[in-house]
Design a protein around this ligand. Sequence first.
Ligand SMILES: *Cc1c(COP(=O)(O)O)cnc(C)c1O
Length: 391
Amino acid sequence: MPPPKVRDKFLVFGSPAIEEPEIREVVDTLRSGWLGTGPKVRRFEEAFREYVGCGQAIAMNSCTAGLHLALDVLGIRPGDEVITTPLTFAATGNVIIHRGARPVFVDVERDTMNIDPAEIEGAITERTRAIIPVHMAGRPCEMDRIVEVAEAHGLYVIEDAAHAIEAWYKGKKIGNVGHVTAFSFYVTKNVCTGEGGMLTTNNDVWADEIRIKSLHGVSKDAWKRYSTEGFQPYEVLYPGYKYNMMDIQAALGIHQLSRVEQNLGIREQYWEMYDRAFGDISEITTPSKRLPPGSRHARHLYTILLDIDRLGMTRNQFVEAMKNEKIGTGVHFIPLHLHKYYREILGHRKGDFPNAEWIGERTVSLSLSPKLTVNDVSDVISAVSRVLHST
Ligand SMILES: *Cc1c(COP(=O)(O)O)cnc(C)c1O
């Protein structure tokens, strides 16, 4: 008989911790009759704005929508180039393409997995308009150096903070550093609204345009046109998008956000458990501890790097073996320049960004959701050591 699995029930990677308060709030929203963009979205935006300590927060129906809209409002258009990291999710590159612009990748640092600030300058041309740094796994990028090079060349900085809701950089809350910052509330992210996102900025003019363009481009507060305030004539000011958040989503977000620091504390505890368990295993590299003073890692993904040569096992075989132990894991990310579309459109191939590729072949994300119990985390640790010893 084969040895028993670590678990009977499959541990889903990154499943969200949904609690009673948001369940009641969603039901209240459904009963209220106002499901679309309305008072709860405004409440959520205000709570998020306060949490970040920024001037403006505008809710979106996804982070992807927010990134696209930020590029639109900042005037990124066909022929422009936007610098970003290859070690990211498809959305970061796709939105650049949606503007008719060209993504220009800059390799990452092996230890932080973030865009290498020293390499950015060399990628700038007369067509470059913006940089999109991604705070990988929740670790803030070296924003001082990124902002410095951006200022020297008159570039916008749009932060992809999908992983980094709780992150700080040198005494500044992320969401307050670049020109516009985009956050995600997708199911696996640190605050979950099912689908959802938020843009933050300290520029009121951009914020107004973002708000208008997120709802068809019709003049301000068009969502009130069916409210008690009576018919308000509106005008189409831009060919806008349908990127607005619904009150049903905000109902989740309001209560998820109220537990954001508490949930971070739980993930910090699990992070330490993983660090302790894997610190002395030579086939595993644990996440770098390097962080500038006054900074905070948002602890979104606990990513280990496998010594695949020593193990004689590929990362995909490792993921499969973990699945056999009934433990779900994640891969963040297969570098974007190696995907079919990006290979073909940009002419990239293997070898172009060696650090991103090195990570891409070795990285595995272990579940870090606050929904996990300490026993669940112990199961993940047991499964990793069983898989390592099976080779
Ligand atoms: C999840 C994610 C996004 C997209 O977020 P959505 O809210 O799903 O649109 C963008 N960038 C990164 C790095 C992500 O992980």
